[in-house]
Design a protein around this ligand. Sequence first.
Ligand code: HH2
Length: 279
Amino acid sequence: MGERPLVMGIVNLTPDSFFPDSRSPEPARAVERALALQEEGAEILDFGAESTRPGSAPVDPKEEIRRLIPTLKAFRARSGAVVSVDTRKAEVARAALDEGADIVNDIAALSDPGMTALVARTGAGLVLMHMLGEPSTMQESPVYDDCAAQVAEYLRAVAARALAAGVSKDSIILDPGIGFGKTLEHNLDLLKRLYLIVECGYPVLVGLSRKRFIGQISGKPVEKRLAGSLGAACAAWLGGADIIRVHDVAQTKDALALFTACLPEKTQSERAVRAIDEF
Ligand code: HH2
């Protein structure tokens, strides 16, 4: 981790991910997509075989492994890039690590009792993401007293649990879980007060690419949320995110490169506050 934001490119081996253009259910197409995202500058490739969009049903681990392994094998034969596997199941994570994956992107933050020991034993990287409830029902009526503070407290506690079970501190990455049991106001609170998660002392990952809250502000459907996603990605980096998880790698790299290159030495933050009121 350094001053530069890292970009994690999304490769969905699913027939039903919320952004149709990100779906690559056939291994050959998925490998081509992963290689293309690597070529565009992704520092990490995140392979997922279960859509966890709001309202989705869980995928059986055997099916997840069936979707994942041929692609990981074929990608590893052609690339040494850093690979993460987007799964909440230890059985799936184990199969992926056996195929050379480097990071477990656990959106259920160690809910599977086998996950902690697996990561401790293998020394893999570990993304711990906050989710309120389950994907099938998480957007029904999420309630927090103080969303950003509660999410930070939760992530701090899960990270402590991982450390106590033998996971190395260097392995851990925290993620507020944008859109996972959160309203528009909750998502904005998490992004505006991302420092509460940064202060936990681990690298921070943010996944916001084309998500619903971007449509709620821009009024655009998922296919037209690229520009909104780029704006939000720049704000997330400024707020302290070290890794941005995206569908559109080349465009995000360009946006972040320009944003960081042009970063003002003195900001007119009062103007930004007034602009927020106007929206
Ligand atoms: N978001 C999604 C999936 N995995 N992992 C982390 N760590 N953080 C996120 O915000 C995150 C994630 C949802 O995006 P996508 O994979 O494109 O959608 P789907 O779940 O429909 O496949």
